[in-house]
Design a protein around this ligand. Structure first.
Ligand SMILES: O=c1ccn([C@@H]2O[C@H](COP(=O)(O)O)[C@@H](O)[C@H]2O)c(=O)[nH]1
Length: 294
């Protein structure tokens, strides 16, 4: 990939958030959800589940986030379903954030980057989640390819699961927590795009479940890029938690709901109604958070 992208991911995401609202709905075909939808736990069930979600939501939500693990468990035929979901979602106007949480030494990271962020790849997505726990610098191939291809990267900073604090709140020599260090890296990464007046293309994953623990991690969320906030719905957080967790940074938050919406399927109208309810709750919470919060 040699041609620079016409528009950055951050700029495309901001426009999508303005036009469609900031909600990101997950495509997480859990075995239990397939069963609840009356589908078989096989490739036919996976295909039907995925097509239903894409057809119901890709023309209205800003972001769809397929969870790669649920497709990988079906092997190459699951990946084929994922490829189709990515292409169809993008065709219908949704941005696709591939939740793959990849992270490895730089040379292997370059292959992961090519998989998700090179326009020539069958899994080419608008953005991908990555894990920085082999060191932020190991992510460089993905960060650089994202800039070149107009895609985005979301780095795990403060995850929504309670176990994350053991690693992410750990304090480094010098006093900053691991999570705060990742946020500092992202702020620096976004600075060029911010100087040009755009939201940056480098996001952080910060759980909506974190309550008031961000202070303990010394986390400054003003990274100049998007904040993906999973944990709403099945993990117990609500839209009303967003201003409490994110403060003024709530305007850059992309709230993620997966099972909370998907449990309303397979009826397409019910999926749409659920996503619309979450979108309303997010808007009301942001408005209640005051002018700094939107
Ligand atoms: O910190 C994180 C990072 C990613 N996730 C992913 O988001 C969805 C959440 O699904 P729900 O059904 O809404 O709980 C899922 O794909 C996770 O792998 C996260 O939850 N927390």
């Amino acid at each position: 990939m040699t041609t620079p992208a016409a528009e950055s991911f951050g700029s495309r995401l901001r426009r999508a958030m303005d036009e469609r609202g900031p909600l990101c709905v997950g495509i997480d075909p859990h075995a239990a959800l397939l069963a609840d939808w009356g589908l078989s736990d096989d490739i036919a069930g996976l295909e039907r589940f995925t097509r239903t979600v894409v057809e119901a939501l890709a023309d209205r939500v800003a972001v769809l986030k397929p969870q790669s693990a649920f497709f990988e468990r079906f092997g190459s035929r699951g990946i084929a379903v994922l490829e189709r979901a990515v292409a169809d979602s993008r065709e219908a106007g949704a941005l696709v954030l591939m939740d793959a949480k990849r992270g490895d030494i730089g040379s292997t990271m370059a292959a992961y980057a090519a998989t998700y962020l090179d326009p020539a790849s069958p899994l080419f997505s608008d953005a991908v989640t990555v894990s920085p726990y082999l060191g932020y610098g190991s992510l460089r191939p993905a960060l650089d390819l994202a800039r070149e291809s107009g895609t985005g990267v979301f780095v795990l900073a403060l995850t929504s699961n309670p176990e994350g604090a053991e690693v992410q709140h750990a304090v480094r020599a010098g006093g900053a927590s691991v999570a705060a260090t990742m946020l500092d890296h992202l702020r620096a990464e976004n600075a060029g795009e911010n100087a040009a007046g755009a939201m940056g293309s480098y996001g952080a994953v910060v759980g909506a479940t974190l309550g008031d623990t961000l202070g303990a991690a010394g986390a400054d969320l003003s990274i100049g890029g998007p904040l993906l906030a999973p944990g709403i719905g099945a993990q117990g957080a609500t839209a009303a938690d967003l201003p409490k967790v994110f403060g003024a940074a709530v305007r850059d938050v992309v709230p993620n709901v997966s099972r909370g919406v998907l449990r309303h399927g397979p009826d397409a109208a019910a999926l749409r109604a659920s996503a619309a309810r979450f979108a309303d709750e997010v808007r009301e919470a942001a408005d209640a958070g005051g002018p700094g919060a939107r």
